[in-house]
Design a binder for this molecule. Sequence first.
Ligand code: MRU
Length: 344
Amino acid sequence: MRRYPTLRWSDDAPEILDQTLLPHEVCYLRCAELDTLAEAIRMLRVRGAPAIGLAAALGLARVAVQSAAVSVPELAGELERAAGVLGETRPTAVNLFWAIQRMRALWSREWGDPQELGRAAVAEALEMMEEDRRACRAMGMHGAALLPDPCRVLTHCNAGYLATADYGTALAVVYVAHEQGKRVSVWADETRPLLQGARLTAWELQEAGIPVTLICDNMAASVMAKGEVDAVITGADRIAANGDTANKIGTLGVAVLARHFDIPFYVVAPRSTIDLATASGRDIPIEERASHEVSHVRGVQVAPAGIRVFNPAFDVTPAELVAAIITEEGVHRPPYGDSLVRRH
Ligand code: MRU
């Protein structure tokens, strides 16, 4: 099965697979400057909650190793400013803030000199990538155990390896089930406005040799009504303490449909996506993006010039619609207020 690294560390700088060019071109963007990386996150060149966090960690590691600071406090100040820039890029995926906080714990400690802190920052960011790989694999194992054989999965947006260090979250379940010999196939919602389902999920599953069928977002009800979906599996950008889940805009509609058609709706996400400090979905900040993403498709205008547009990037699925939240620790079942706090 062919997979390309979503992120890599090369010659002391992060490189990201530029996802805005997919599925046409596999091209890596070297982010030697902080502004290049911040722009890449903002423009979704690198996207998906875990990958955004890892990109920020690698970006901070880059700042730490290339700094000319002559003292540890001076370097810590530079890192704090860089963290401020990265923290402004996208508000919803909590993994970004989790990753920044984890890197901040490093520069809050004592170090002999800036070089030592720099080396430690690189090691920490690379360790976070490894942990994410292990977490995704574990989520895949836990989730695959829930799927019947054969199984037709419907997913929304991209929660595949492109959204993580490897394997993915929702799609890790599909990959592991496939490896285990289960006959698993996927309905991929195209996911307007930015088409992560059509451009990314359809591409990575096809490359991996997993049977995948692309549908427009407004076709999900129809395939469910025909009895052609056994499970809905999505990722998450932030899960509140009560289990309410923010994910790509359109997820809520899919969850409502799944409930109507009595299909289990599973959310798959690492611990770093669970935000126990946020009580419920009402408190999750929802990113609003530029109007041209809706009025235009891949640069072509499809609506009247000057039309008013509403473009929230995420919606919140209430916990009551979620059959299980699968993390690297195992399968959390309702009531999530208890099960998310109690680690397995
Ligand atoms: O705007 P994006 O492409 O970053 O949104 C990504 C999603 O909503 C994914 O479904 C979510 O991050 C889960 S990724 C493992």
